[in-house]
Design a protein around this ligand. Structure first.
Ligand SMILES: [Ca+2]
Length: 269
């Protein structure tokens, strides 16, 4: 079996022999192509690095399953260590994971990143492995209202405040209600509650409620199963003062040509 990554034109450019392990896997992730999934349901916005591989272009669920068995590549050091995780009840016991499959198994057994360094490394695993999880679940979209340009370049009067949920970990800002009322980032900016400090094809950076956060687009496909194409983004948020930080993947979508870009539940892990 081989991993085949493609360039933007869909031409195969990398092959790598990989053996797929058995089907018994942790969590709700279903690896391998489902009958409903068309080939190459998800296209990457930016390349993903795994050991010895730079993956770009479009991916099928089967290819995502194969990538789950390759070491996650960190910081350009191909011979680097993996992620050290700590036993859930005995912190003297350590375990190293290198691939997304190993990471999913260990985190499913509640092994955790104990130090700040381990948490930083885990962030790289969460981004890559979370993306592979989403590819495994994605469907081919038959409608697409997303802009041709990156979602991080969308005018802020076209972006719902629902994208700010990670900026409000306590849920005190009533963002759900504000989003239901159609409020946009521009509405908050006009009130002085929010400032966009950077916006380009690679990222959108926002200051809001004593937090600074950055969104980056990773891939496009239908991650919610409604037939409408979505954008998978990573959102990293940190406190402007203090050490609090959080990052997660979010699914953004546009439900109509005129509708706002908004965060939606992806129904997955
Ligand atoms: Ca969708």
């Amino acid at each position: 079996m081989s991993v085949v990554a493609k360039n933007a034109k869909g031409t195969a450019m990398i092959k790598h022999g990989v053996t797929i392990a058995g089907a018994a896997l942790a969590g709700a992730v279903v690896w391998g192509a489902s009958a409903a999934q068309a080939k190459d349901a998800v296209c990457l916005t930016q390349p993903l690095k795994f050991a010895g591989e730079e993956v770009s272009g479009c991916l099928s669920a089967r290819e995502a399953a194969e990538l789950a068995d390759l070491p996650v590549m960190l910081g350009g050091d191909e011979n680097g260590k993996g992620l050290e995780l700590t036993h859930p009840t005995d912190i003297r016991e350590k375990r190293e994971v290198k691939t997304c499959r190993e990471y999913r198994t260990a985190s499913g057994e509640d092994w955790f990143a104990m130090t700040t360094y381990d948490m930083t490394i885990e962030g790289h695993f969460q981004k890559r492995c979370g993306l592979l999880d989403h590819v495994a679940r994605a469907q081919a979209a038959d409608r697409d209202y997303l802009p041709k340009k990156s979602v991080t370049e969308v005018d802020i009067d076209g972006i719902s405040v629902s994208v700010l949920l990670l900026f409000d970990p306590e849920g005190t800002a009533g963002l759900d209600r504000e989003a239901e009322q159609g409020r946009t980032l521009k509405d908050f900016a006009d009130q002085g509650a929010l400032e966009v400090t950077g916006q380009n094809a690679q990222s959108l950076t926002i200051d809001y409620r004593s937090m600074s956060g950055t969104l980056q687009e990773l891939a496009r496909g239908d991650f919610t199963g409604d037939g409408i194409k979505d954008a998978l983004v990573t959102c990293g948020v940190r406190a402007q003062e203090g050490s609090y930080r959080v990052s997660d993947l979010m699914v953004l979508t546009k439900l109509s040509a005129d509708g706002p870009l908004q965060a939606v539940a992806d129904g997955g892990s």
